[in-house]
Design a protein. Sequence first.
Length: 257
Amino acid sequence: MASNASESGAVAGRRPVIGLTTYLEQTQCGVWDVPAAFLPKVYFEAVSRAGGIAVLVPPQPLDEAGADAVLDGLDGIILTGGKDVDSRRYGQDPHPTNDAPRLDRDAIEDVLLSRAIARDIPFLGICRGLQVLNTTLGGSLIQHLPDAIGSTRYNAGGGVFTANPAIIEPGTKTAALLGDRVTVQSYHHQAIDEVAPGLTVSARGDDGIIQAVDVDAMTFGVAVQWHPEESAAEDARLFAGLVEAAVQYRETRKAMA
């Protein structure tokens, strides 16, 4: 059963503002065919369903001061899915299957995440968001999982998500949200290899592939390799947890003002 913060009263009229990073894609609309900020509806529907207000953050040049200006208006942040992180960020040449680098998105998510961690702003990473987290903090990625595990179980292609188990480590932030095991929706050909300092592995697949991590220094910092937005109508626990943490963050910030 889905957890719904707005129905449970967790938000109690103080709906927190959650920023979601977006894609920059060539987009057609009527006579226009232009680069545009884009994010599938299921992401912001999941935030709204959990009781938050979704605000989309497009790729754009930001230094630390600019990132702080964005975060000043947010109570939580989600780094969403998308194209592969540039492998040069973790010192490797790209695998032939990798997406063309999206340096603008890598840059904005790096600075937003770094400042969110420093400020302890509630954070949820989804798929690419987990990979950005790991590489920003100094870890590396398996660039093409079929080379490592011999199958395409995590990426069937064609926009088709696959069901896989995530076995969760007891005592972690992820376990407090999801229990000991969940069936997840996967669409990724990369995964964490070397775990960055400051992260705790909180879930693995039945093949040992890392499926989630906690950010040790954060009150609420969780990132998952799967796509919880795809099943959020049935199970919104990750989004509800973020929204509830964002309410607490907002109230703490108000009390200190």
